[in-house]
Design a protein around this ligand. Structure first.
Ligand code: UFG
Length: 325
């Protein structure tokens, strides 16, 4: 059985990847400092509590588990927070990853799957976005992900570490079996906040801008189910196992939904009206982000099982209801 060190395995996407790995016959070992991840989400393998910024923690994890590959999710991931405190983002997302790659080099672990982001593209010059489009981030968070993509190329040249960088669009939904789901503290993402409003935890959902150049004036995003993202990580691992070269892939469904459409779909899932208020734009939000994921479809054999917004919101709603029961 191959051991995969999953940094951030106690987080939203990382925990779903651990489930997919275990189901496919790998041993996922979660490496997480539990600052933003959750111990309850580590269900499919051991937890190695540690911090990327501490070489000693990494050394212990590599010595104990001798992983065949690393799946690297651990990172700070709030665009807004990265604008307020960029160095925090560089120290963890870039500095921590440099230490992780050094550990990989020292222990001869030469297979690496990286959680990158559509935030590396910035404001798109054309849509849908393809992997070869210019990457010009508009937030420190996006820059940290792009710097790591660059570091991975250098790690390959110097240490023969092959990698796959997966550029997700907007992760959504929850485990269809209801075992794990999205819990961010604080929560800033649209779908959970809309559903919190439906549950009465918030008085209304704030719509950040209704004057964008989109059909209803609100921002459009390409929502992708977290279990489909987990499957793509498995596909990426198998791509490396088959001896293929390093590569990067967009992960989205190729169609966008506006903020208003997300609210409507959530009203349908909850069976209730959801109060919304129009607020000023949030800085750093591109009007439209939609992925062209043909490359992942063709080369990784990635076929999303839950491409529709109603499926994603339905699973997220089921998860939240279960948490509050
Ligand atoms: N939005 C609202 N009200 C809210 C929250 C969000 O109107 O209360 C809007 C945002 O302005 C945006 C859309 O809903 O237009 C989606 O916002 P999210 O915060 O859910 O997601 P983002 O698109 O900002 O962020 C996601 C990932 C990031 C990644 C980014 C790339 O969470 O990690 O996509 O743009 F960097």
């Amino acid at each position: 059985m191959k051991t995969i060190l999953v940094t951030g395995g106690a987080g939203f996407v990382g925990s779903h990847a651990c489930k997919a790995l275990a189901r496919a016959g790998y041993r996922p070992v979660t490496f997480d400092n539990l600052e933003r991840g959750h111990e309850w989400a580590v269900k499919w393998g051991p937890l190695e509590r540690g911090d990327l910024r501490e070489e000693i923690d990494l050394q212990k994890a590599f010595e104990t588990w001798r992983p065949w590959a690393v799946m690297h999710f651990a990172a700070y991931s709030y665009v807004g927070e990265s604008i307020v405190d960029p160095m925090k983002y560089y120290l963890n997302n870039v500095g921590g990853t440099a230490k992780l790659l050094s550990a990989c080099a020292s222990f001869g672990c030469t297979n690496f799957v990286f959680s990158s982001s559509c935030a590396t593209y910035g404001i798109p010059a054309r849509l849908p976005l393809k992997e070869e489009d210019a990457q010009s981030p508009v937030s420190p968070y996006g820059h940290t992900k792009l710097v790591v993509e660059r570091m991975l190329k250098e790690a390959e040249a110097s240490h023969r570490i092959r990698h796959v960088a997966l550029r997700y669009f907007n992760a959504a939904g929850a485990d269809p079996d209801g075992e794990i789901g999205e819990v961010h503290e604080p929560e800033t993402h649209l779908i959970p906040l809309v559903l919190f409003t439906a549950m009465g935890h918030l008085p209304s959902i704030k719509i950040f801008g209704d004057d964008y150049p989109t059909p209803d004036g609100t921002c459009i995003r390409d929502y992708v189910h977290v279990s489909d993202l987990a499957d793509a990580h498995l596909g990426a691992l198998q791509w490396l196992e088959a001896g293929n070269p390093s590569s990067s892939f967009n992960l989205g469904n190729g169609h966008g939904a506006s903020v208003t459409e997300v609210i409507r779909a959530s009203e349908n899932a909850a069976g209730l009206p959801i109060k919304a208020e129009i607020c000023p734009r949030r800085s750093g939000d591109p009007p439209i982000l939609v992925s062209n994921s043909d490359k992942a479809n063709e080369l990784l054999g990635w076929k999303p099982k839950f491409p529709r917004l109603d499926q994603q919101i339905g699973h997220a709603w089921k998860w939240l209801k279960r948490q509050s029961a």
